[in-house]
Design a protein around this ligand. Structure first.
Ligand code: ADP
Ligand code: MG
Length: 222
């Protein structure tokens, strides 16, 4: 399995109250598999994704990538594990405004001491159709172009899994459709797994499996 979740729980304290957002999430994602996690707004999709990419810690339970558990890792080890296994794309792109497109895509390689592999930046910029925009800064790019750069950045370390949180959510329908086509094409070409978090049922249907996140647990749609 490229990704395994075992009884993952996440609580948030809100004043006196404790909010149990994830109540025991189990999931297995195999090599090259594409899955969608479908849930209403507020169901905990982004919370789950932030646990999967190590931005936040689970209250209990276990998350592993190819048998490497996220538990008890220091920030350096998390960075290393992320570089090897995880790419992330967000609804709001999250590009660094002071870096141009090329530098944004190069950044994950630099962070991991792999800047000598900069030919990969050109490869992925070409893949997302953005070679002609590499000197542009984010504020000179359209939403769709920004998301293409963000996709190249997520994939430049060649992770086993791409995590995507509503990647077309802030784009118009046509642009969003093109970005999703691109994600599905690249994931297939590069033989990566995809975990797509969305509230859009039609989009979820493009994945091999659909899980519903409801009342803090995942259930597989048959
Ligand atoms: P979704 O992405 O499915 O819309 P979220 O994961 O963003 O849902 O949020 C799930 C629930 O957890 C919401 O009720 C939200 O208010 C709550 N929540 C998310 N992050 C925090 C936080 N850092 N502190 C407290 N509550 C949070
Ligand atoms: Mg969300």
């Amino acid at each position: 399995m490229v990704l395994t979740l075992d009884e993952v729980k996440k609580d948030f304290s809100q004043g006196e109250e404790v909010l149990n957002v994830l109540k025991g999430v189990d999931l297995n994602v195999s090599e090259g598999e594409t899955i969608a996690i479908l849930g209403k707004s507020g169901s905990g999709k982004s919370t789950l994704l932030s646990l999967l990419c190590g931005i936040d810690d689970a209250t209990s339970g276990n998350i592993s990538y190819r048998s490497n558990s996220l538990k008890n890792l220091n920030s350096e080890e998390i960075t290393d594990l992320r570089a090897k296994h995880i790419g992330v794309v967000f609804q709001q792109f999250h590009l660094l405004e002071h870096l141009n497109a090329y530098e944004n895509v190069l950044l994950p390689l630099e962070v991991n001491g792999n800047s000598d592999k900069s030919e990969r930046v050109d490869y992925f910029l070409e893949k997302v159709g953005m070679s002609h925009r590499k000197s542009h800064f984010p504020n000179q790019l359209s939403g769709g172009e920004k998301q293409r750069i963000a996709i190249a950045r997520a994939l430049v370390t060649h992770p086993g899994v791409l995590l995507a949180d509503e990647p077309s959510g802030s784009l118009d329908e046509n642009t969003g459709g093109e970005v999703m086509d691109l994600i599905f094409d690249i994931v297939r070409d590069e033989r990566m797994s995809l975990v797509l978090v969305t509230h859009d049922k039609d989009l979820a249907k493009r994945c091999e499996k659909i899980y519903h996140l409801e009342n803090g647990v995942l259930s597989l749609e048959d």
